[in-house]
Design a protein around this ligand. Structure first.
Ligand SMILES: *Cc1c(COP(=O)(O)O)cnc(C)c1O
Length: 386
């Protein structure tokens, strides 16, 4: 039985990515790497669906969130932060740490933010400089209505919309320029199907004058310096050559396999497959509205410990998925739909979840039921092909 990483990031790697990561190291100031850098910086624009420059940072996704902030925030600026889960909390705390005057818009876990509430706040506090939100809140599996939020902020010349798209960019439609998103961040270990270690940011034309003037001290994440370096065909600092070489392959593979929309469809199909399983298994989605296609959070029957089930999946089946955090701890299972995943791996996961539920004594689970569900899932996979 082989190991599968089916978490909502980090994700399973394609064998070709693993091969590329093991190649001999080359220096980042070489003609060979220059060509890779130029190609990847151009290719990233297609994934962000933008004509603006996209920046690469050697950091986890959180570093990219920080890059968006330090380049647009001036201490004392009013910030509205949507907090609907763990990652929203993190960004609000970060903005406060950098001296932002932060108001949080708290949304119950499992719900999507109501754009009307954002509009109301911005009408009451018209000098709000930044609106922060996740596209997909990975701790709950909810997708926020970014297009509608952007339609509000794009009418306001002094307000920028910064979006944490770490489990959205590449996974589902989020066209930055078309929708009017002002700052967008993505991370390598999610839809980009790479190990952790790269983050990507992009700033709109509306945001750039703010970037030029923002008074937060910055150095490592100063995108003005990064842009100047990129325009000379270089990076500001040393580049993580293996990761960028692998990114180059992923971008070309996406292109050669039907483009961005095909990648979206592939991920969306895994989400539909998982929702079908949930229905058959009588498990409800934790996302009461707008479930994201990049991951699915399943609510466990009351009284059964999700931590234990997760541990069992790991120990007995060599399958890694995630549990819940904080208030959702022990109550949910989070299954990722990004990365290099075969149908057989998804099926093995559903089977294993069924066995675990039966083993821990969830009522209604029998060998017969598991066999029926397995057959249903096989049929779904055969009929619903891309
Ligand atoms: C994964 C993730 C992050 C980044 O986490 P890192 O551990 O810093 O890479 C940020 N926001 C969201 C929504 C995420 O899913």
């Amino acid at each position: 039985m082989s190991y599968s990483l089916l978490a909502p990031g980090p994700v399973n790697l394609h064998p070709e990515v693993r091969r590329i990561l093991s190649l001999p190291m080359i220096h980042h100031r070489t003609p060979e790497f220059d060509a890779i850098l130029a190609r990847t910086l151009t290719g990233l624009k297609k994934i962000f669906v933008t004509n603006r420059p996209v920046f690469m940072h050697t950091s986890t996704g959180t570093g990219g969130m920080e890059a968006l902030l330090v380049n647009t925030l001036s201490p004392g600026d009013k910030v509205l932060a949507v907090v609907s889960g763990k990652f929203g909390e993190r960004w609000a705390q970060m903005a406060a740490a950098y001296g932002g005057d932060v108001t949080t818009l708290n949304v119950s876990w499992g719900k999507a933010v109501d754009p009307k509430e954002i509009r109301r706040h911005l009408e009451q506090q018209p000098d709000t400089r930044l609106v922060l939100t996740q596209a997909c809140e990975t701790s709950t599996g909810v997708l926020h209505p970014i297009q509608e939020i952007a339609a509000i902020t794009r009418e306001l010349p002094g307000t920028l919309l910064l979006v944490d798209g770490i489990t959205a960019v590449g996974a589902l439609p989020l066209p930055m320029d078309e929708w009017g998103i002002d700052g967008l961040v993505a991370g390598s270990q999610k839809a980009f199907m790479l190990p952790t270690g790269l983050s990507f940011t992009c700033f709109s034309a509306k945001a750039w004058p703010v970037v030029e003037k923002a008074s937060t001290p910055r150095y490592y994440f100063d995108v003005r310096a990064e842009l100047a370096a990129n325009q000379k065909g270089e990076t500001f600092f040393s580049s993580p050559v293996p990761l960028i070489r692998a990114l180059d392959w992923v971008l070309s593979d996406v292109e050669n396999s039907g483009g961005l929309s095909k990648l979206h469809q592939t991920i969306e199909r895994r989400a539909r497959m998982t929702r079908f399983f949930a229905e058959r298994a009588d498990l409800t989605l934790f996302a009461a509205e707008n479930p994201s296609s990049s991951l699915t959070a399943l609510t466990l029957p009351v009284g059964f410990d999700g931590q234990k089930i997760r541990q069992r999946l790991e120990d007995r089946y060599q399958l890694t998925i995630m549990g819940g955090q904080d208030q959702a701890k022990g109550r949910i299972l989070r299954i990722g739909h990004m990365g290099h995943i075969t149908d057989a791996e998804m099926l093995r996961l559903y089977d294993a979840i069924g066995e675990c539920l039966q083993d821990v004594g969830v009522p209604g689970w029998t060998d017969d039921r598991r066999r029926l569900i397995h057959a249903d899932m096989e049929r779904w996979i055969q009929e619903d092909t891309l």
